[in-house]
Ligand binder design. Structure first.
Ligand SMILES: C[S@@+](CC[C@H](N)C(=O)[O-])C[C@H]1O[C@@H](n2cnc3c(N)ncnc32)[C@H](O)[C@@H]1O
Length: 184
């Protein structure tokens, strides 16, 4: 069976390797940050963003426990401000939209007003042969609207510069799906 999380990692690994720069735009509990940190290794660099203090606390603990190299910077700021912190070309970026699992703060979810500018910035930060992956949770109303707004925007990107694609279970439309932007 197709497992979307495994598939997401496979796409990232087609672009990201040791020594590269990666960004986790939605840190949460740090599972994606861990994956990126281990993939780029001690010579690489990972920037991770979240607006919740709890995310930084949980992620810092998780990265220590899971034996990651000291190659990450956890930033307490909204992801639409990424260009203020990330100055080098990015090889892989990840957005895992929605609210933080297990936090009890379902109201702190990603919102179109900041997600769209953040995705635009994330695309502008990509280097050559790089990838941006955006996972959407259409099971809640803001998630569904966020996904549709993103699709509208991503559809306008030049196919001569980027590949833009979407992976979704056709027989389970409320399940999470993801989109990728790959630069040439
Ligand atoms: C689905 S969770 C991410 C899960 C995470 N990748 C993990 O592995 O645990 C989404 C996260 O986005 C964060 N978030 C919401 N709005 C944000 C914003 N404007 N900038 C950065 N993070 C934001 C939430 O606080 C939440 O922790």
């Amino acid at each position: 069976l197709v497992d979307l999380l495994t598939l997401q990692k496979q796409f990232i690994l087609m672009h990201l390797g040791e020594g590269d720069v990666a960004v986790d735009y939605t840190m949460g509990n740090g599972y994606d940050t861990e994956f990126l940190s281990k993939t780029v290794g001690p010579e690489g660099k990972v920037y991770a963003f979240d607006i919740q203090e709890l995310a930084l606390k949980n992620t810092a603990a998780h990265l220590k426990e899971s034996g990651c190299s000291d190659n990450y910077r956890l930033i307490h700021a909204s992801h639409h401000r990424a260009a203020e912190f990330v100055k080098e070309p990015v090889k892989a970026g990840m957005f895992n939209l929605g609210y933080m699992p297990g936090s009890g703060h379902k109201e702190v979810t990603t919102m179109r007003e900041t997600t769209l500018p953040a995705v635009e910035t994330a695309i502008s930060l990509l280097g050559k042969d790089a990838i941006l992956l955006i996972a959407v949770y259409p099971g809640h109303p803001e998630g569904e609207a966020e996904g549709l707004a993103l699709q509208e925007y991503l559809s306008t990107l030049s196919r001569f510069k980027m590949t833009v694609a979407k992976f979704q279970m056709l027989n389970s439309p409320t399940s999470p799906y993801f989109m990728i932007v790959e630069t040439k």
